[in-house]
Design a protein. Structure first.
Length: 138
């Protein structure tokens, strides 16, 4: 069972069912199953700017941020810090973390790419889930 918690400001036209289907499809392709939970939050640029400044030190907005509960690709600079793996919750759920998507940035990116906002959100969700699972780009 996969529990996908999608939170969004009501002013953003988000297809929550499509977001949940995208996450389930990705996990299915990767043969990841069991009791899994993750959160997806759709926010505005002001909130995204605040999060980007707080957690990345960048004084600008961005289209997506991912907050994994555990990063299996720990950088070499932190090799001296012991890793504990994903949190073993007593209720046996694997909580991957949270994805935050800026709706205004998704709209802008979709316009630049010539695709629908739903397609852009789907792309960003895929990107975020990969980050939660430890797959990073260079």
């Amino acid at each position: 069972m996969v529990n996908i918690i999608v939170n969004s400001d009501p002013r953003y036209n988000i297809n929550k069912a499509s977001i949940r289907a995208t996450v389930s499809e990705i996990l299915g392709k990767l043969r990841i199953s069991g009791r899994i939970e993750l959160g997806i939050n759709i926010v505005g640029d002001r909130k995204m700017h605040e999060l980007n400044r707080k957690y990345r030190g960048l004084d600008t907005t961005t289209n997506i941020l991912s907050f994994a509960l555990e990063d299996p690709t720990q950088p070499a600079s932190l090799q001296h810090v012991p890793r504990v793996g994903f949190v073993a919750a007593p209720d046996k759920w694997l909580r991957l973390g949270d994805i935050v998507i800026s709706y205004p940035q998704a709209v802008e990116d979709a316009s630049l790419e010539g695709i629908s906002v739903d397609e852009e959100v789907k792309y960003l969700v895929e990107h975020g889930v990969n980050h939660l699972l430890g797959v990073h780009h260079n």
